[in-house]
Design a protein around this ligand. Sequence first.
Ligand code: PEP
Ligand code: MG
Length: 588
Amino acid sequence: MTTAGAHRVFSGLCVASGIGIGRAFVYRKGAPVITRRRVAHHQVSGEVERFLNTLHQARDEIRRIRHLVASDQGKELAQIFDAQLAMLDDPGIKEQTEALVRGKYYSAERAYSETLTKVKESFGNIENEYLRERVSDIADIENQVLMRLAGGEVQVLHSLRANTIVLAHDLLPSEMVRLERRQVKGVVLDVGGATSHAAIIARSLRLPTVTGAGDCLREVADGDLIVVDGNEGQVHLRPGPETERRYRSRLRRQLRRERDLEARRELPAITLDGRDITLMANVDVPTEVQVALDYGARGVGMYRTEFLYLNYRLPSEEEQFKVYSDIVEAIAPHPVVIRTLDLGGDKLSHVLESPPEANPFLGWRGIRICLDTPDLFKTQLRALLRAGTRGEVQILLPMISCLDELWRARTLLDEAKDELRQAGRAFTEHCKLGIMVEVPSVALMTDQFADEVDLLSLGTNDLTQYALAVDRGTSKVAGLYDPFHPAVLRLLKMVADSGHRKETPVSICGEMAGDPLATALLLGLGLECLSMSPGLIPEVKEVIRAISADEAEKIATECLQMRTGNEVRHHLENAIGEYLPFWHQRHH
Ligand code: PEP
Ligand code: MG
């Protein structure tokens, strides 16, 4: 039974970690009222003009917000608005809307709403979480334009009180970036997966965020005390004094830890006995480049370029060249390892047509798509080779499973160079070329691959799913998905050993690289270059600085003898538990 005023706990999805305590601000968005209104024949031109003027106003407003966000939070974050501006300028959408006004005498709002409904339907049918979530970008624009056309008031989230927790059914990207860190301490949303734009921004802003927290939104009232626990995925509504005290103490600990780590950010990632470990950043969206720089990453260890391809159309060579150059210049003199397109699996692009597959993770994915669509692949390769003139670019091929694929990719790389030569374009002749080691066949014959490439990067996210036959995206088998499984560890050891023998550098860029519990184990297996989500660098560095390479080797040797992933984890907790962040200590 729900009692008003009683402490309630809601469980949801951890989307951005950390603890936030504050008073509830429930954001209820007004929805535009779209009637089935038609206009008279003589009003048609005026109605079209009203529509075009409204698009202009919306564009001005978005540009204004883009400018504000750029000066307040950095230009990378402001880029989120570019897709929206592109949508406002989309000639297809404009033409279809105009045709409905002129042909069927629809009011501008009705015509625009109908046009965008069709666009959203085509997105909503896509069996891909990431793309489905792009629907919210469209909804954002739709709402803003329709509110203006239908005479509603466009809501803005600003001037919130200090220590506010924002609760909403959904927050659109443009709304999320308007939240000011100074005032907002946490966010609770009904919907949104971990790959939604809102989630990506919440992590960039380091705002503790939980989504899918049951009936929380129905039960909360403005001003209620709320605790958002982004570590455990819990929301405490009206916590009692005991719970509040416990969380305030955890929050103090978290802040103290952040301050300590901040003060130690210049310290090198060196083991007690002087082994220098290279910590690099994984970059999914350009926003993370700044975080990588803030945390002293020694380069980008993996830039996932899929993000560029999940928009409304394929990015041109010029557009890619610009994005890659910006990152390369920002990170110079350190290298940027740019992974070529890894679509497929759970990352489909609607710009590439492919029939549904029974087992997409075993299907048309990554390098397989690129080799079958050479023009698409070479466009990216040309952009990468050109960006190589701005700093050090290394090219990383995903999902390689046999040498043939590598050879064919290299032929296409040579063709891309020829094309640039013929076009008289400046490019770099000597880009390092590497492969992801994420398919067991490659891990098992790393020595052969090592002879042919400049770098090897362990993708433990996929390697785990392929080695254990556990789909990484299926929640029913999530309990079986375990990168600490001794079978996976043995594969990592084989790869690291082969790399050493052949003197080919081996790095690791799967999520495991950013897990402080795995740090000693990975070093002990012989991995000395770890690439991770940049926000995780400080915690991983703490473990590195607390152990010696000898100790790490001993720990890894012991782990390799264990029989289960749980045994490995317990062993690691016993060995290095005291150096782990406090939230990790409770997790394992
Ligand atoms: C991996 O598989 O470990 C990896 C880093 O690539 P992704 O998660 O993009 O598949
Ligand atoms: Mg992978």
